[in-house]
Design a protein around this ligand. Structure first.
Ligand code: FES
Ligand SMILES: [Fe+2]
Length: 447
């Protein structure tokens, strides 16, 4: 019997000792539970308890065309009314189902161009030109509408029931404009494959390895040399921190810490310049998703240069130039001279190749998890616990309603050389008690 297998119930959560061994797989039912996000499914009800990226701010200019989009399997239209505030409605008009994304933006909302019904951002029907004068029919019409908040270049939406939770005050969502940039990439597979790829730091030794690099690229050198890092996941009040520890010599380790924020944001640091990326995998439907990527640097970014670099792998519509259709333009020659996998130097391409190759919805009933997959086990357990919480009528982990708890100094991603005699879990905390808040100290660690 596998030591990883959740055997108690469909919603059973593996105990921590099951992390120690090798093996592992999920049943078909467990896999469905984790990957299906349609309305009414257990996973869909769970993920709807959180604010989700719905679009980049740049996709809906003030006064510009409404944006048709698909989010969590729902077809919606995003628009800005005359005040510039975003509204997110069911794309099909409540009258007879016409497509509202072709509508006119006027008179305080979006007007369907079929018979002229007008809706505001809250879904109220303000006008029905064809109804008799004095009719109150419009008062009884409600277009499905979802709350929106715009932060860090992204428009977020809440698609769940009841009062939305507090908008989470992570550093990358509360920072001034000069400290953040945002873009996104199309991913042709289920969103969980993206999340799992972010919590598998051993792949840095292979998938992202550079063959030709500069002598001062010590990260690539260490990761290429120590291919068997210690993997140390820690559950937190927001999700998980995961430490990957590679031995440099008898006196020091190279430690990378990354954070998983429920339900789908992975904070990773790959540049070592005090900047981290929050890679937020958001389901379009069960077999496609967007990878939103918000870059954050506490001391400020060269936003133009950063965006030019991060948009380079993608077309204007956010699909990737290297993709499955062109076999990611893999070059056998470059595999000898440039990078280990011969697909260029953009990590987004490497990761996309890995996760899309697993299939539209990866069948986890045939996998064989090993030691390096410890973070993935924790991630799945957190999701299963969240699904169970929603089924029992409770808020899942990471949903915050108390302003006093909307504070997350440990949501971070950093790397550093850590003395061998210092426990890595306390390295950044130790710096914080010596002068700076934890997150600020962590930012300073690699500057
Ligand atoms: S279908 Fe939209 S107004 Fe008739
Ligand atoms: Fe990666």
């Amino acid at each position: 019997m596998s030591r990883f297998r959740c055997t108690l119930t469909v919603l059973g959560v593996c105990s921590s000792e099951t992390l120690a061994g090798e093996g592992g797989m999920l049943s078909k039912e467990e896999n469905d539970l984790l990957t299906c996000i349609g309305s009414g499914t257990p996973g869909g009800e769970w993920i709807r308890r959180y604010w989700q990226p719905a679009a980049l701010s740049e996709e809906v200019a003030a006064g510009g065309a409404p944006l048709p989009l698909r989010l969590l399997g729902e077809d919606l239209v995003l628009f800005r009314d005359e005040t510039g505030e975003p509204g997110l409605l069911d794309i099909h008009c409540a009258h007879r189902g016409a497509d509202l994304s072709y509508g006119r933006l006027e008179d305080g909302g979006i007007r369907c161009i079929y018979h002229g019904w007008l809706y505001d951002r809250s879904g109220r029907c303000l006008d029905q030109p064809g109804e008799p004068v004095g009719s109150t029919f419009h008062d009884r019409i409600r277009q499905t509408a979802y709350s929106c908040i715009e932060r860090s270049g992204v428009i977020f939406a809440y698609l769940g029931p009841g009062e939305p939770p507090l908008f989470p005050a992570y550093d990358f969502l509360t920072a001034p404009d000069e400290c953040v940039t945002a873009t996104k990439y199309f991913q042709d597979c289920n969103y969980l494959q993206g999340n799992e790829g972010n919590f598998d730091p051993q792949h840095l030794s292979f998938l992202h390895r550079l063959i030709s690099t500069t002598p001062d690229d010590f990260r690539n050198a260490i990761q290429s040399t120590d291919k068997s890092p210690t993997i140390d996941p820690v559950e937190t009040e927001f999700g998980m921190q995961l430490y990957a520890v590679r031995k440099v010599d008898d006196n020091q380790n190279f430690v990378k810490v990354r954070s998983f924020v429920m339900p789908g944001a992975s904070l990773v640091d790959s540049r070592g310049d005090g900047c981290y990326h929050s890679d937020w995998h958001v389901p379009i439907d069960d077999t496609h998703h967007w990878k939103y990527s918000i870059a954050y640097k506490r001391t400020g970014l060269d936003r133009e240069a950063d965006l030019a670099l991060r948009k380079r792998p993608a077309e204007a519509d956010y699909t990737l130039k290297r993709n499955r259709a062109n076999r990611y333009l893999q070059s056998r020659e470059k595999m000898q001279t440039d990078t280990y996998i011969g697909m260029g130097r953009d990590f987004i391409i490497h990761d996309t190749w890995a996760t899309e190759g697993e299939g539209p919805i990866y069948d986890r009933s045939s996998e064989h998890l090993g030691y390096t997959d410890r973070g993935i086990i924790i991630l799945r357990n957190l999701m299963l616990a969240g699904i169970r919480a929603v089924q029992e009528g409770r808020d899942p982990l990471g949903v915050v309603r108390d302003p006093a708890r909307n504070h997350f100094p440990d949501v971070l991603a950093r790397d550093d050389m850590v003395p061998s005699n210092v426990p890595w879990r306390f390295h950044w905390r130790r710096q914080s008690v010596e002068g700076e808040p934890a997150s600020a100290a962590a930012s300073a660690a690699t500057r």
